[in-house]
Design a protein around this ligand. Structure first.
Ligand code: THU
Length: 137
């Protein structure tokens, strides 16, 4: 799997964002360990709290299809009227969902501004000292 393919996949699904309130349109492409890709966009709601982020849409699609192991996620987002993408970091709730399913030392969070210009983080960098199932044992 090429990073470029995953990045293209995120830009593609970003166009499907349902964001009539914030007009901030986000796309995510989640790479499973078996190589399959799940795409997600943000889905807003008139009751703002019912909004689902692009990353969680991708995770919930994948998990509901039986996937449990993941390698990387690409996230892209911008206001609909903006011509350029800036690095779009995941929100805290989405980081927590990643922590549920991903190895913090290896899972990659890839934040592109374009196909060539992107930052790469490990989950442990973006969510140190996370609360996980191990805390409940
Ligand atoms: N949003 C995402 O989908 N992912 C992020 O990483 C940041 C925020 C969405 C939620 C909401 O629909 C809009 O962007 C503005 O917060």
């Amino acid at each position: 799997m090429e990073r470029q393919e995953l990045i293209r996949s995120a830009f593609e699904i970003q166009k499907r964002a349902y964001a009539p309130y914030s007009h901030f349109q986000v796309g995510a492409a989640l790479l499973c360990e078996d190589g399959e890709i799940f795409q997600g966009c943000n889905i807003e709601n008139a009751s703002y709290g019912a909004t689902n982020c692009a990353e969680r849409t991708a995770f919930f699609k994948a998990v509901s299809e039986g996937k449990r192991k993941f390698k990387a996620i690409v996230i892209v987002g911008k206001h609909k009227d903006s011509q350029v993408f800036e690095y779009c970091a995941p929100c805290g709730i989405c980081r927590q969902v990643m922590a549920e399913f991903c190895d913090p030392r290896t899972f990659e969070i890839i934040l592109p501004r374009s196909e060539e210009d992107y930052q790469v983080y490990k989950l442990e960098e973006l969510l140190p000292l996370s609360f996980t199932g191990e805390n409940l044992e």
